[in-house]
Design a protein around this ligand. Structure first.
Ligand code: NAP
Length: 359
């Protein structure tokens, strides 16, 4: 096949405008690499064509040349690795994840109750107000990223019949047994299910995800090669960012998360009620407490409430916390009473005769 200058000129506009914020991210690799490969030719007269994103110039040549099979193959490979991900619930966490998905070159479709079209647009993502329109786009992955409390209603409102039968459903809810049972119960049996919990958020993950834990449970993944590969490609998004990948059952996650997560959030929220202030003599420990309040209270109360309502281990944890607090108080007051009793009942010379009182 011979490529000519006129053919280049008539190429359809291959790239959407770049989201400006993405260009500043180190991991963002615009598909300009693909484009420049398409235009890469070894010899002949050179024409300059402006890059569609307005960046540099792309060189194209008039001369006859061999078809670049290697480039085409690697393009196809990149296309195959690219996932079309529909994010259902495009709030705080949905947008946070979308930034990295987009930076890795995945196509994002966003859907939410509120209008987040501006945020979606800034990531080069399409925003949908109607779930039918969203599902008709046939995403590879539907990512449930709505609040724990609204998850069931949101899931039931999706028109599954408009999706491809093999669609992969992933959830990122901070509790795991509840969405697992919900997805198994509500989704048609052909759909794949991957339950995950990125154990970080917009605050703790703002400087990157390296070393942060990502928990997942492959609840139902069909054994055909393409389904296994699609699941792997989704997990690979997090692995590529350096997350610590932890495969764990949903039940085990919830047992651990009650202590790790619910306890942390509860302590942060109790401290917030004290309205702690920064002082000129803050210690390191106190700074940690202030940071904890900031980290936990930047999440919505719905999220915290969901951790309590939908993790059966949380109730027990709250009771243990109360008992621990009571026992600590008893210990302190017990010592105080001992001292007071001594002062009240022991004479100054050490005998146990009661000290006479005026009244
Ligand atoms: P969130 O308060 O738990 O959820 C906010 C999202 O839920 C928004 O997209 C919101 O939609 C949607 N929503 C809330 N009530 C709704 C309703 N009645 N009907 C339809 N949609 C509703 O805050 P989040 O931080 O964004 O968390 C989202 C999910 O990610 C949660 O399941 C959470 O457990 C999980 N997660 C969060 C973090 C984190 O650090 N934040 C970390 C790991 C996992 P609109 O914005 O359109 O109103």
């Amino acid at each position: 096949m011979i490529a000519s200058h006129s053919q280049f000129a008539s190429l359809p506009h291959p790239l959407p405008p770049p989201p400006p914020r993405l260009l500043n991210q180190p991991s963002f690799r615009p598909r300009a690499t693909l484009l420049s490969r398409v235009f890469r030719v070894p010899t002949g007269r050179c024409h300059r064509q402006r890059h569609p994103w307005g960046g540099g110039t792309v060189r194209a040549l008039d001369a006859a040349q061999a078809f670049d099979y290697e480039s085409r193959a690697s393009e196809e490979l990149e296309q195959r690795a690219r996932l079309k991900i529909a994010i259902v619930g495009f709030g705080n966490f949905g947008q946070f994840l979308a930034r990295t998905f987009a930076a890795q070159g995945h196509a994002i479709l966003a859907y939410s109750r509120s209008d987040h079209s501006a945020a979606a647009g800034s990531l080069g993502a399409a925003f949908f107000r109607d779930p039918h329109d969203l599902c008709e786009q046939h995403p590879d992955v539907v990512l449930l990223c709505t609040s724990i409390l609204s998850a069931e209603a949101v899931l039931r409102s999706l028109p599954f019949q408009r999706l491809r039968r093999s669609t992969l459903f992933v959830d990122v809810l901070s509790v795991k047994e509840f969405p697992k049972n919900l997805l198994l119960h509500i989704l048609p049996p052909d759909f794949d299910i991957l339950c995950t919990h990125p154990m970080f958020g917009p605050e703790s993950g703002k400087h990157g995800w390296a070393g942060l834990p990502f928990v997942y449970d492959k609840v139902r993944i069909g054994d055909s090669e393409d389904r296994v590969d699609r699941c792997r490609r989704f997990l690979d998004i997090f692995a590529r960012e350096g997350c610590r990948m932890v495969e764990m059952s949903c039940a085990e996650h919830d047992e651990n998360a009650a202590e790790i997560q619910f306890l942390t959030h509860t302590v942060g929220r109790i401290l917030a009620k004290l309205d702690l202030k920064s002082t000129p003599i803050n210690t390191k420990g106190y700074e940690t407490l202030l940071k904890l309040v900031e980290n936990t209270c930047s999440d919505s109360f719905d999220l915290y409430n969901g951790l309590f309502m939908y993790n059966k281990n949380s109730t027990e944890l709250l009771e243990r916390l109360e008992l621990a607090f009571d026992s600590l108080k008893k210990e302190l007051f017990g010592r105080l009473h001992d001292i007071l009793r001594k002062q009240l009942f022991e004479s100054p010379n050490g005998s146990s005769a009661p000290v006479a009182k005026d009244n």
